[in-house]
Design a protein. Structure first.
Length: 99
């Protein structure tokens, strides 16, 4: 199983989402963290199982259960790089120019 690493902007997005959810109701941020962790575990176990993002086939995507977020990642030779933790309402592909 490959290690999953966050690109710094993806980590910032994740942290901001956790803070936002937790500010709305105690414990919701923790549930968001747990849902993202489940998604990342699935990605680490079977990175090629998630669909290729059709707009840019260098990336794959995995939907976070119970929350309107999608994890976009690249399956690299040594690691899995998470490039975005994207809210479903954001403009698709806003993060592509990061790397």
């Amino acid at each position: 199983m490959k290690a999953v690493e966050f690109a710094p902007p993806a980590r910032d997005e994740f942290d901001a989402a956790v803070d936002w959810y937790e500010s709305r109701a105690e414990g919701v941020g923790r549930r968001f963290v747990e849902s993202v962790a489940e998604t990342l575990e699935h990605i680490a176990e079977a990175p090629l199982e998630c669909p290729v993002w059709q707009e840019d086939t260098r990336f794959r995507k995995a939907v976070v259960h119970r929350f309107p977020y999608v994890v976009f990642y690249r399956d690299l030779p040594e690691t899995i790089e998470v490039v975005a933790i994207a809210h479903g309402a954001r403009k698709p592909g806003y993060w592509v120019g990061r790397k």
